[in-house]
Ligand binder design. Structure first.
Ligand code: NAD
Ligand code: TYD
Length: 341
């Protein structure tokens, strides 16, 4: 059976992608290579763990001999690389795992994929590689790269390594760049699940700066459909932007979440800003619309309500995460900020 390797499949987007692929493509098997860092959670895939078309391997994308042997053993036809350190705030505290996984790990995957003559490689990237926008305009695929955080710089580096492999070696790489995702199984360090979980616990919601920073929100299912379309129909060497056409300031979003959860606005705490905080992201996804026949289908209002309902129904999942390593990070990241707030 044709087999796809998904890396980082126990994380937020990767786990949603694997579920989508197994449901929609009955003729395809999936090998999930995941290191199980703090963000990797096999529980995210509990419902498909026994599917005969699903194979899990715990390991590091930077481990060349492991990747080589998996590609040969499972005769992998294509790779979708989700594996990454993904949180901007953590990259500001310690950038080394970002450099190691996002840059070195991606190059190891490229080298191994070339050696095994893999037919397609999709690099899952982010709009943050383009830097920050003022109050108008939107990122297109030809916007110059201008990353501002160690996270986004490491993702931009990985994109350039894919680009270089395409240019130099005819490597079958495709790059996707998406705006901020939300939805089920998102680790509660990111804005939406963090604020839902804190509000449910009657804890303060730490809004950075004045809360006027703007993000373009996309439901994870729309992003996953886009990646599947890029895998199927994307042209080698091309970049495809995905966005949700749903720009909102952080403070408006915070108020919306509090309304949905029936919690008071007195929970809002303005805390010292994130260093180098990008002001605004907005995505022009007309290329994906015209060339991949893709467009976002889930409106932000609908998607947010469904997501809030999922977190309400899955408080055990959140609590298991919040009682582990996460406590230390939370203290380091928010201890003083909330004390000052
Ligand atoms: P996540 O942090 O939830 O998951 C990352 C996964 O990668 C985890 O399962 C982790 O265990 C695994 N991993 C980390 N290092 C690894 C390594 N060295 N080898 C193997 N596995 C490793 O991240 P996410 O939010 O699901 O993001 C997935 C990808 O999508 C990332 O590449 C990210 O840059 C990109 N992206 C995310 C967003 C977003 O809004 N979350 C938007 C655009 C692009
Ligand atoms: P985040 O979910 O970390 O995604 P990204 O930094 O990749 O956009 O943050 C989304 C926005 O929310 C961003 O402008 C930073 C802001 N934010 C807060 O105001 N408070 C928080 O505690 C967090 C985690 C984020």
């Amino acid at each position: 059976m044709p087999t796809l390797m998904v890396t980082g499949g126990c994380g937020f987007i990767g786990s949603n992608f694997i579920r989508l692929i197994l449901a929609n493509q009955p003729g395809l098997a999936v090998v999930n290579l995941d290191k199980l860092t703090y963000a990797g959670n096999p529980e995210n895939l509990a419902e498909i763990a026994d599917d005969s078309r699903y194979i899990f391997c715990q390991g590091d994308i930077a481990d060349r001999s492991l990747v080589d042997s998996l590609l040969v053993e499972h005769r992998i036809e294509a790779i979708v690389n989700f594996a990454a350190e993904s949180h901007v705030d953590r990259s500001l505290l310690d950038s080394s795992p970002f450099v190691q996984t996002n840059i070195v790990g991606t190059q190891v995957l490229i080298d191994a994929a070339r050696a095994a003559s893999v037919r397609r490689f999709v690099q899952v990237s982010t709009d943050e590689v383009y830097g920050s926008l003022g109050s108008t305009g939107a990122f297109t695929e030809s916007t110059p790269l201008a990353p501002n955080s160690p996270y986004s710089a490491s993702k931009a580096a990985a994109d350039l390594l894919v680009r270089a492999a395409v240019h130099s070696h005819g490597f079958p790489g495709v790059i996707t760049r998406c705006s901020n995702n939300y939805g089920r199984f998102q680790f509660p360090e990111k804005l939406i699940p963090l604020f839902i979980s804190n509000a449910l616990d009657h804890q303060p919601l730490p809004v950075y700066g004045t809360g006027e920073n703007v993000r373009d929100w996309i439901h994870v299912d729309d992003h996953c459909r886009g990646i599947a379309a890029a895998l199927r129909d994307g042209d080698v060497g091309e970049v495809y932007n995905f966005g949700g056409n749903a720009e909102m300031s952080n403070i408006d979003l915070t108020r919306k979440l509090l309304g949905l959860l029936d919690r008071p606005e007195s929970l809002i705490r303005f805390v010292p800003d994130r260093p180098g905080h990008d002001q605004r992201y907005a995505i022009d996804c007309s290329k994906a619309e015209s060339e991949l026949g893709w467009s976002p289908e889930i409106g932000f209002g609908e998607g947010l309500s469904v997501t809030v309902a999922w977190y309400l129904a899955n408080t055990d999942w959140v609590e298991r995460i919040r009682s582990g390593e996460y406590r230390e990070f939370y203290k380091q990241q928010y201890g003083e900020r909330l004390g000052d707030g």
